[in-house]
Design a protein around this ligand. Structure first.
Ligand SMILES: *[C@@H]1O[C@H](CO)[C@@H](O)[C@H](O)[C@H]1NC(C)=O
Ligand SMILES: *[C@@H]1O[C@H](CO)[C@@H](O)[C@H](O)[C@H]1NC(C)=O
Ligand SMILES: *[C@@H]1O[C@H](CO)[C@@H](O)[C@H](O)[C@H]1NC(C)=O
Ligand SMILES: *[C@@H]1O[C@H](CO)[C@@H](O)[C@H](O)[C@H]1NC(C)=O
Length: 403
């Protein structure tokens, strides 16, 4: 009898410990849901940018096809094959599991980008749909929006649209060969506390087909922009990631790949297409171009209430196992040839054409590829995310009405 009781006691103690542990991991300090803020921006999408006149700020905007989908990360997990989670990569074909701190434009022979002297690499997480039965499917990508009379971004296969902004001639220093940086925090599952990065990293939920609701600059329209994956149907979901605009003037990289760059003294510079912030801090005195990447996923095949979770949460998960979206991040390895980027930054150009800067056709760019290093399936229905990363709980967004 005593033995039976102690077994029962032991079992319930174990059960108690187990449920405690469950609660401990499940409880995370989530901020109270905020009501949607009134629109407070005066920066319409591109309508504000004066046409090219050879002076003033530069806004380069160009498309890059997908180079490869692979589970490597030469920045955060250099040399590791496979790395913990999967990425979607664009740019030059010198991309590899580790990349030297040298001029990679000399190691690359092609690029997937419209400006053909840009052998840089840019990469972000992929997005997966998680079905009720626990299977996953990679969400396919959509091309970019037509703008600046440029048909390239609307013809990209997967890939991204890339933006570089300078304040004007001589006001921003292009990156140095070997330079790299990271924006975001792959471990975040709740809103970042400080600084407020809501204008730097967000998802835009298109409210109708053909980029509906895309009226204002990225991450500046609270009606359609959130830092979390929105718990409502979207007609395509866009992720914009804006990198910091100040540099310490010396380091090509840093241990966390972030601390050699910083935000201006007045806070992270919003993407307005013509300014990169007012004053850089003394620790990071050099103004660098404002870099932004943009990736769009076609979420429309999943706009079906019968496919979404029954508990009102949303079904998408980033390839690092993040169901909240707060951990969206992007990586950059500079690789423009010679002084091509500096010339562009000083030229006052807008869009995908700039005197003296080489471009290539969308067909030629699409022929540039690198071979996948990690051979694993990422299309069709999968039993786990590639690499099966943990999916710790986090703070989702409030359920908002669809409009
Ligand atoms: C709108 O933004 C401006 C500038 O950022 C700020 O001064 C103003 O207080 C804001 N207005 C509202 C209603 O939030
Ligand atoms: C060119 O455009 C800039 C604004 O982008 C403006 O400040 C400048 O006055 C213009 N110059 C000429 C010659 O029109
Ligand atoms: C899981 O659900 C999806 C979506 O309903 C379906 O297409 C797929 O075939 C299912 N997979 C399995 C293994 O049942
Ligand atoms: C697009 O082309 C039209 C006609 O050639 C021209 O008037 C317009 O200024 C161009 N727009 C841009 C943003 O370059």
């Amino acid at each position: 009898m005593a033995t039976i009781i102690s077994v029962i006691l032991l079992a319930s103690a174990l059960l108690f410990t187990f449920s405690q542990a469950q609660t401990a991991t499940a409880s995370i300090d989530c901020p109270a849901p905020q009501p949607t803020k009134p629109l407070n921006t005066t920066t319409p999408v591109f309508g504000f940018i004066p046409p090219y006149n050879g002076t003033g700020p530069t806004l380069l905007r160009f498309g890059c096809h997908q180079l490869v989908i692979d589970r490597i990360d030469p920045l955060v997990n250099a040399g590791q094959i496979p790395s913990p989670h999967q990425h979607q990569i664009v740019g030059g074909n010198a991309f590899s599991s580790s990349m030297p701190y040298t001029d990679i434009s000399r190691k690359a022979s092609c690029t997937t980008c419209g400006y053909s002297d840009d052998f840089s690499n840019y990469w972000t997480s992929d997005l997966y749909f998680r079905a009720r039965n626990g299977s996953y499917k990679r969400v396919s990508q959509l091309p970019g929006r037509y703008n600046f009379n440029d048909t390239f971004p609307s013809a990209i296969h997967g890939g991204m649209v890339v933006y570089y902004v300078s304040d004007g001639r001589g006001l921003n220093s292009a990156f140095k060969p070997g330079f790299r940086m990271f924006m975001g925090d792959a471990a975040l599952r709740a809103p970042p506390v400080s600084p407020d990065l809501s204008t730097q990293n967000c998802f835009r939920c298109f409210s109708s087909p053909d980029f509906g609701g895309d009226l204002f600059a990225p991450c500046q329209d609270d009606r359609v922009d959130t830092m979390f994956l929105p718990p409502r149907f979207c007609y395509g979901l866009r992720s914009n990631i804006v990198f910091p605009t100040c540099w310490d003037g010396a380091s090509l990289d840093s241990a966390d790949h972030k601390s050699h760059v910083a935000y201006p003294e007045e806070g992270p510079a919003k993407f307005v297409g013509s300014k990169t912030g007012v004053k850089c801090p003394a620790s990071h005195p050099v103004k660098i171009p404002q870099l932004m990447v943009e990736i769009i996923w076609d979420t429309t095949p999943f706009n079906d209430p019968d496919l979404w979770p029954e508990d009102g949460t949303q079904p998408f998960v980033l390839s690092n196992g993040d169901r909240t979206g707060y951990s969206q991040h992007a990586d950059y390895v500079f690789g423009w040839k010679g002084d091509a980027l500096q010339r562009g930054m000083d030229a006052g150009c807008r869009g995908a054409r700039c005197p003296g800067m080489k471009t290539q056709t969308v067909e030629k760019a699409a022929r540039c590829h690198v071979r996948e290093m990690v051979k694993e399936r990422h299309e069709g229905w999968l039993d786990t995310l590639p690499g099966n990363p943990a999916q710790p709980p986090g703070c989702g967004g409030p359920v908002q009405p669809h409009y």
